[in-house]
Design a protein around this ligand. Structure first.
Ligand code: HEM
Length: 129
């Protein structure tokens, strides 16, 4: 029996760049609005617009979508992107919590949303351990 190749990436399954952008917008809106993320917000520049664009591009690539973020940031990796950032377990937990909320509130299908939130939370917690 002939099998049909399944080529959908996680990027396709979450709904593409529009939905990734929606998650990132919500993530930085939460940082700006909710005092629970005050320490994490304070680590960022006053203008979050460049971060909204950069994190959207990074997550698109991380999910198996277009890799233009890597072309636009040659040689940058997650470690070098955070060189000089005062990572503490507290801000790691804030990052994980805000991102999980942003993903949970998005239109991503709940099982996939839970996996995505868990993977990114693990990453943030480990980066800041
Ligand atoms: C663990 C807790 C984390 C903290 C405290 C943190 C903090 C920061 C800060 C302060 C910046 C620079 C912001 C600015 O210039 O305004 C930054 C940049 C960035 N972060 Fe994080 N971050 C964390 C985790 C993550 C994770 C898990 C990801 C990806 C999944 C990520 C992706 C990025 C990207 C893509 C940039 C921008 C790089 C660039 O365009 O130069 N961060 N982060």
């Amino acid at each position: 029996m002939q099998q049909t190749a399944v080529s959908a990436t996680p990027f396709d399954l979450v709904g593409g760049r529009d939905v990734v952008g929606q998650i990132v917008e919500r993530f930085y809106d939460l940082l700006e609005q909710d005092p629970a993320y005050a320490e994490l917000r304070a680590l960022h520049a006053p203008d979050l617009a460049p971060m909204r664009k950069s994190l959207t591009g990074f997550l698109a690539a991380w999910l198996g979508g277009p890799r233009d973020w890597f072309d636009e940031h040659p040689g940058l990796c997650m470690m070098s992107a955070h060189r000089g950032v005062a990572m503490t377990p507290q801000v790691g937990r804030q990052w994980a919590n805000a991102m999980s909320r942003a993903i949970t509130e998005s239109p991503v299908e709940p099982v996939l949303a839970a996996k995505m939130a868990e993977a990114l939370s693990d990453l943030a917690i480990r980066m800041a351990a």
